[in-house]
Design a protein around this ligand. Structure first.
Ligand SMILES: N[C@@H](CCC(=O)N[C@@H](CS)C(=O)NCC(=O)O)C(=O)O
Length: 216
């Protein structure tokens, strides 16, 4: 029995990033399934005082923040390596994680994916079209920049799979399920990269629940 435990709501892209890390490392783990809304429960706030998911346990060691968890996994299970050894590749990976954590997730995906898919599917909400429209300019900047940084490389930070791919693939896979994401990605190298990522066993093993697969 594995001593890796990941707490989260199936379908959450940050949770899926940690699952991808474990899957790519060939590690067995237990997914402690939470319901939407459980992230603010007293039990979860003990694990994660900011009330976010995922939260992670390895034996008696508890950790939250997705990139910290993925870097820890890369240290405790060294093969296959998920961080470029060369300084420029490592810097590029860190830059891409920053783009996701500061711009793409909070300003684009959290708005458009929530308005188009999560709100209607899980909470019975009607899409706020003004909120979607307001997020589009930053979305275009993010997609153009991620596409430029990918260039002709097979993976976001270079020749090999890295934490940047594991952070961004779940986010872009979800975003691509919205009409806005589908349009922005159409014809880009990023769309082809996403297709390659989707074919990996780790992505196939961690698909979103059917209710969160596409916009209503
Ligand atoms: N900085 C955090 C962000 C995690 C995050 O924002 N997760 C989202 C779900 S993908 C969340 O917890 N949203 C609030 C909620 O579900 O209650 C990390 O890297 O783990």
């Amino acid at each position: 029995m594995s001593d890796f435990i990941v707490h989260g709501v199936p379908g959450s892209p940050f949770l899926r990033s940690v699952q991808l890390g474990l899957e790519e490392k060939g590690a067995t783990y237990r997914l402690a399934v939470m319901a939407p809304g459980d992230s603010k429960s007293a039990a979860h706030l003990k694990r994660h005082p900011f009330g976010r998911i995922p939260a992670f346990e390895h034996g008696d060691f508890q950790l939250y923040e997705t990139q910290a968890i993925l870097r820890y996994l890369d240290d405790v299970i060294p093969e296959p390596a998920l961080e470029p050894a060369d300084p420029r590749g490592a810097a590029r990976m860190n830059q891409l994680i920053g783009i996701n954590d500061w711009y793409f997730f909070p300003k684009v995906a959290a708005v458009i994916v929530f308005q188009r898919i999560i709100g209607p599917a899980l909470l019975g909400l009607t899409t706020d079209e003004a909120a979607v429209a307001a997020a589009l300019p930053q979305g275009r900047v993010c997609i153009a920049e991620l596409d430029r940084l990918l260039g002709a490389q097979p993976f976001l930070a270079g020749e090999h799979l890295s934490i940047a791919d594991l952070v961004l693939a779940p986010q872009l896979d979800f975003f691509a399920a919205t009409p806005e994401g589908e349009t922005m990605l159409a014809g880009t190298g990023l769309e082809q990269w996403l297709g390659r990522m989707r074919a990996r066993p780790s992505m196939l093993a961690t698909q979103r629940p059917e209710s969160l697969r596409s916009a209503a």
